[in-house]
Write a protein that binds this ligand. Sequence first.
Ligand code: XMP
Ligand code: MG
Length: 187
Amino acid sequence: MSVTKPFPESVLISESCLQNRIRELGTQIFTDYENQELVLLGVLRGSVLFFADLARAIFKAQHESQTREVTLRFEFVQLVSYHDSTQPSTVQLIRGGSDYLKQRHVLIVEDIVDTGRTLNFLCEHLQTLNPKTVKVCTLLDKPSQRQVSVAVDYIGFEIPDTFVVGYGLDYAQQYRNLPYIAVLESI
Ligand code: XMP
Ligand code: MG
């Protein structure tokens, strides 16, 4: 099925800016979890590029430290939001979030926190699985749109109230493979 493609312009966060910040986040996360085992829990699909670069940034921090390490495990969940013009969106888990997380340190890796509903749902679900700790790392934060208060421990960039695509984020499943974050000209 073809979708009329709005033109993604302008670049909001460049590729080098993304990579520099992710390198910093990797170092900070490595320091906070050093000598521990950590489950990186990616939220499909938007976080995949960020997840992959963040995991490598944590390894690079370890490589530089030489004496300390963080043992990383990868897990994924997939959530869907159902929108209704009269109700706040309802979130549902459609994949992942298993008993495997029990008594483990879990770091949720998200693409963007907007209203906070998705993250709030996921955090509540994870509590039923008895993890040791749960923290959140998001690449982007849109605090102006928050409807539900959620604690976010690591934030890549705070952005204004604008719809963004690229670096995992989509419009109608397109633009996910842009290596930068862009603002759509018209949607
Ligand atoms: P909430 O509102 O639950 O939203 O915090 C989280 C999910 O909504 C999607 N989202 C976006 N996707 N550009 C996108 O491509 C955006 O500007 C945007 N804002 C929210 C995204 O999937 C996120 O996980
Ligand atoms: Mg997401």
